[in-house]
Design a protein around this ligand. Structure first.
Ligand code: PMT
Length: 217
């Protein structure tokens, strides 16, 4: 199905988890595998886009034909996304970016003691929210991984981050969210419509999301 509706468009996708280092051997991260982001990158490429895939650590193979930008931490992801942002027409934030990082990185491996250990965390930049402040004519699409009040939280995130579309992910559902080959989502638009979708392969969902973006061109 060679619809080349993304020909001439530059699409940046953030994907996968970030890792926030505690010391040389330890980090804080999450369960994202990069499957959703990779599916979006491949689908956009197949539809004619120039694709930049800014990816946290993942075991997935690099999709052939995309500009692959591997990163580790949220701060690094933000810097690299900024490097490309000017020339982007579309940004899709599928990454599970850590909201916090350890305030102090310990140069030496932390030693085990007899008492509890407290690690103080500090806020990471919110990548999509920062991009939303400087949106221009770009189309910005976010995901929301939620465990409660799916639609209310998702609508809130869409407005706070100045997004056009928000893909709301109830990650408590079987066959949805982290690590699976399928996803179950509701797409919410700035115009106010809410489209619940049946469970489907992440590759198919990627094309449904691109259909919605393409309507906005
Ligand atoms: O990678 P997989 O295993 O395939 O799993 C897919 C997924 C569950 C990770 C994906 O479908 C998904 O829901 N991604 C968003 C996960 C998330 O962190 O959601 P959030 O509600 O915390 O963040 C909301 C949005 O803001 C997201 O688009 C996120 O990329 C973005 N964000 C969040 C925090 C931050 N500091 N910067 C951001 O840009």
């Amino acid at each position: 199905n060679p619809r080349l509706d993304f020909a001439g468009k530059t699409v940046l996708v953030t994907s996968g988890p970030t890792r926030e280092a505690i010391d040389p051997v330890r980090f804080i991260s999450n369960r994202s595998t990069g499957k959703m982001g990779h599916a979006l990158a491949r689908a956009a490429l197949a539809r004619g886009a120039k694709v930049i895939l800014v990816s946290g650590p993942t075991d997935l193979p690099v999709p052939l034909g995309v500009e692959y930008v591997p990163v580790t931490s949220a701060e690094e992801m933000y810097r690299r996304v900024r490097d490309y942002y000017r020339d982007c027409d579309v940004v899709i934030g599928a990454a599970a970016v850590a909201d916090y990082r350890p305030r102090q990185f310990s140069q030496q491996k932390l030693k085990k003691g007899d008492s509890d250990l407290v690690i103080e965390l500090t806020r990471n930049p919110d990548i999509l929210a920062e991009l939303g402040k400087d949106k221009g004519n770009r189309i910005l699409v976010g995901f929301a991984a939620e465990t409660q009040d799916l639609i209310a939280n998702a609508v809130d995130k869409m407005h706070k981050k100045n997004l056009d579309l928000l893909v709301a992910n109830d990650v408590t559902l079987e066959g949805a969210g982290f690590g699976t080959d399928t996803n179950i989502v509701t797409i919410i638009s700035r115009q106010g419509d809410t489209t619940p979708l049946p469970g489907m392969a992440k590759s198919d969902l990627a094309n449904v999301i691109l259909d919605r973006i393409s309507e906005l061109f």
